[in-house]
Design a protein around this ligand. Structure first.
Ligand SMILES: [Zn+2]
Ligand SMILES: [Zn+2]
Length: 339
């Protein structure tokens, strides 16, 4: 499924077109992967609608890819034919800059994203450098593993960046695919911490409590206790401004969104310095993922285990999945099953 032209989903409910492309040929130190599942992510909407546009079109989107190795470049490859691998948002980085050398290749100026800067997994085949593919633990089915590669790995990085310690209160603003995985991780890694959830829909709040949140309320509500850290996974501004009043002095709010939508940007004018930022409150964003985040998270997810609720679509139904993602927030992660 190929993106030829940027557009909004309101203008065009079928931005991707089914196309027959030649099978990609792996370059030196690359593997050819036969794709079996690919998760559908909010970032695809950001790409299609131009908030994080692909540098070149056409492009095949998709960055939560599960498949089997069909070809390796050399005998020295870390993978064998038939290995089940995952490919995440990080497609490549330079490997030489200070960020790459310290393990923060997500910040590399040559960072390339799967399905935006290179063809991704809304396809039967893709190629990737053998340094940017991960073995998938056996406990997961292909469909279960796919959403872990983005929502899960980035959620893991967000949680890491909060600097939370066991026993401290954590808030989650927004309760979509990534946040529900973060809640499961937080309960496991910080068993004495209480989790508070801010979500618009009553259904999402009920789901959060089912998963172990001690409290769930609307975005503008005040939490019953102050919070040492908050992770925002919404695409808009109101939840950020509203969440800041619930932070402890010295607390940190981590924004986990590749781009924010412009629709409620004027809400930022409600930012009141003494209420929202004074007393050393911090705001930090999360950019992409590093390989360490993906591998550590896969290990953690297998140990807990975290198995996302999945809603299955065929490859041809990719547009339908994207429209549903844009217009309705249903429980669980959308995944394309690819034959
Ligand atoms: Zn994603
Ligand atoms: Zn680099």
């Amino acid at each position: 499924m190929v993106l030829h032209q940027l557009c909004t989903l309101e203008e065009n409910k079928a931005p991707l077109e089914l196309a027959d492309l030649p099978d990609p040929v792996p370059g030196e130190t690359e593997i050819l992967v036969k794709v079996s599942a690919c998760g559908v992510c909010h970032t695809e909407l950001d790409e299609i609608e131009g908030r994080t546009p692909p540098p070149r079109l056409p492009v095949v989107p998709g960055h939560q890819v599960i498949g089997r190795v069909e070809e390796t470049s050399s005998k020295a490859s870390p993978f064998k034919i038939g290995d089940r691998v995952g490919i995440a948002w990080i497609y490549s980085a330079c490997g030489k800059c200070k960020f790459c050398l310290e393990g923060n290749e997500n910040l590399c100026s040559s960072f390339k994203a799967t399905g935006r800067d290179a063809n991704g997994g809304y396809a039967q085949y893709m190629t990737v450098s053998e340094d940017f593919a991960y073995l998938i633990p056996d406990v997961f089915s292909d469909l279960e593993a796919a959403p872990l590669l983005c929502a899960g790995a980035i959620g893991y990085r967000s949680l890491r960046l909060t600097g939370l310690k066991d026993g401290q209160n954590l808030g989650l603003a927004g309760f979509g695919a990534s946040a529900h995985l973060v809640l499961k991780m937080a309960r496991h890694q910080y068993p004495n911490s209480k989790v508070f959830v801010f979500a618009r829909s009553v259904k999402e709040r009920a789901f959060a409590k089912e998963l172990g949140a001690v409290w769930a309320g609307d975005a503008e509500e005040e939490s019953p206790e102050k919070l040492e850290a908050i992770i925002d996974t919404t695409p808009v501004w109101k939840p950020v401004v509203e969440a800041l009043k619930n932070l402890e002095p010295g607390g940190r709010l981590v924004i986990n969104a590749i781009r924010k939508e412009e629709i409620d940007k004027e809400y930022l004018l409600k930012l009141d310095y003494p209420t929202h930022l004074w007393l050393e409150k911090e705001i930090k964003s999360v950019a992409n993922v590093s390989r360490r985040d993906v591998s550590e998270f896969l290990e953690l997810a297998a140990e807990i285990p975290i198995k996302p609720d999945v809603q299955e679509f065929t490859l041809e139904e990719a547009n339908k999945a994207l429209v549903e993602l844009k217009t309705r927030r249903i429980r669980g992660a959308k995944v394309l099953k690819i034959d």
